[in-house]
Design a protein around this ligand. Structure first.
Ligand code: B12
Ligand code: SF4
Ligand code: SF4
Length: 353
């Protein structure tokens, strides 16, 4: 029988992952940070994070059989690996320029499970990608795939942090081996904390979600507080600034010898040519005059669908104000009558004056 580590390494290369590692499953080492974070209400309206606490603390509860190990993988998403068929001209986090990873990355986990089942048919394997009650960065940290940066992201000295994390919980015994954790290489650097436009990184390794542009443009159902709107710059969906400024990602950009791009740009607003500005105007015009049903259809399969039609319209109104896209005044005015958007639309119109 082939040894587990060599099977996993072979699968890693076959599937284009950058890391894979199996390790023991127990109470997560960083669970107390998670609990403290919830107690301080830093999770904002993401109630599911509180509901997940007991399962995250005791992952064995996820299955009646004795889960003993966690296989963690990291999947790079930059350079774009699985581009959406319909790229958008508005600024979106790099991960969101790929097709929705919840599906294609889950398929890779299924492939790994099928390969392992051939040798271990009697064992159980539970795949998770992002949305499950699993403390993903913790398991990647415990399995030696990176350290927790001051921006809270898991970073690897060679791969940076522009990667997804996913895992398989299993009844397989972990191989008898010591896993070296990656030491914290942040040192005295503070670049992520300094660059965050909304001050969401309130302390090293601590993010207050209600201030984070990623939360405000993706997860939140509300309209951002007025004092945050200008600080959100031209981010239409998600935000990458605390990662693109990180020297460990800059190193990856240099190693890959990539030309500077919107993905590696650390400015609060991108500089756009007149042609690109025109494309952006057309995109927002279409968005603001489309029904939510039509928007859902257009963004099917893209991570942007997570925000829904109302979320994307809200995000558009903020970017229109910040980029002073005066050509869109009539489309903004259409939203004055809608109670959900009337305050935001009138704020936007004021900014366009
Ligand atoms: C909720 C959530 C969010 C929220 C809150 C983010 C946050 N930092 O908590 C919001 C919507 C803001 C968000 C944003 C993003 N997210 Co998100 N998110 C999640 C989710 C679903 C849960 C995260 C969570 O539990 N947060 C709770 C807090 C407490 O966890 P934490 O900040 O990681 O804190 C840990 C450490 O800081 C550590 N810790 C704290 N202090 C100390 C001290 C010491 C000494 C040590 C050792 C450790 C330590 O312990 C904590 C618990 O493990 C995970 C998927 C999952 N199921 O885990 C994805 C996940 C974390 N997100 C991911 C991504 C890609 C993003 C974005 C980059 C997307 C974007 N571009 O817009 C941004 C990054 C923003 C940022 N700086 O974190 C990836 C991260 C990959 C990576 N390399 O780290 C994940 C793992 C999804 C995935 N499957 O790939 N996300
Ligand atoms: S994703 Fe953007 S808003 Fe959120 S912590 Fe990072 S820099 Fe700040
Ligand atoms: S920018 Fe600096 S402090 Fe922040 S995560 Fe990267 S190395 Fe750490």
């Amino acid at each position: 029988m082939k040894d587990l580590n060599s099977i996993l390494n072979q699968l890693k290369d076959q599937l284009g992952l950058n890391q894979i590692q199996i390790g023991p499953l127990a109470t997560p080492l960083t669970i107390e940070f998670y609990e403290k974070w919830l107690t301080q209400d830093f999770h904002a309206d993401m109630a599911y994070l509180k509901e997940h606490l007991s399962l995250k603390k005791s992952p064995q509860l996820l299955h009646p059989k004795d889960l003993k190990s966690v296989i963690t993988i990291t999947q790079p998403y930059f350079p774009i690996v699985n581009a959406t068929t319909n790229p958008i001209p508005a600024r979106a986090a790099t991960y969101a320029q790929n097709q929705d990873y919840h599906f294609w990355l889950k398929e890779k986990l299924t492939h790994i499970i099928e390969a392992l089942k051939q040798q271990h048919p009697e064992h159980e394997f539970l795949p998770f990608v992002d949305s499950g009650p699993v403390l993903e960065r913790n398991w990647a940290f415990e399995n030696g795939l990176g350290w927790f940066g001051k921006n809270t992201c898991l970073i690897h000295p060679q791969f940076g942090s522009l990667f997804f994390i996913a895992e398989i919980l299993t009844t397989l015994e972990p191989p008898p081996q010591k896993i070296e954790k990656v030491p914290d290489f942040c040192g005295t650097c503070q670049k992520c904390i300094t660059i965050c436009p909304t001050g969401a990184l309130i302390a090293p390794k601590t993010l207050k979600a209600e201030l984070c542009i990623s939360y405000l443009t993706i997860e939140s159902k509300s309209i951002p507080a007025i004092e945050l709107r200008e600080k959100m710059g031209d981010w239409f969906f998600g935000c990458d600034l605390c990662q693109t400024t990180c020297p460990w990602n800059e190193k990856v950009f240099r190693t890959l010898k990539l030309a500077p791009s919107s993905e590696s740009d650390t400015r609060l607003q991108l500089e756009l040519s007149p042609e690109k500005t025109q494309e952006l105007i057309l995109f927002f015009r279409n968005l603001l005059t489309s029904s939510n049903k039509k928007i859902a259809k257009e963004f099917q399969g893209s991570p942007l669908s997570r925000a829904g039609g109302n979320g994307l319209k809200r995000n558009a109104l903020i970017v229109i104000a910040n980029r002073k896209l005066r050509e869109l005044r009539p489309e903004v005015e259409l939203h004055l009558e809608n109670p959900r958007f009337s305050e935001l639309a009138s704020w936007c119109l004021q900014a366009l004056n």
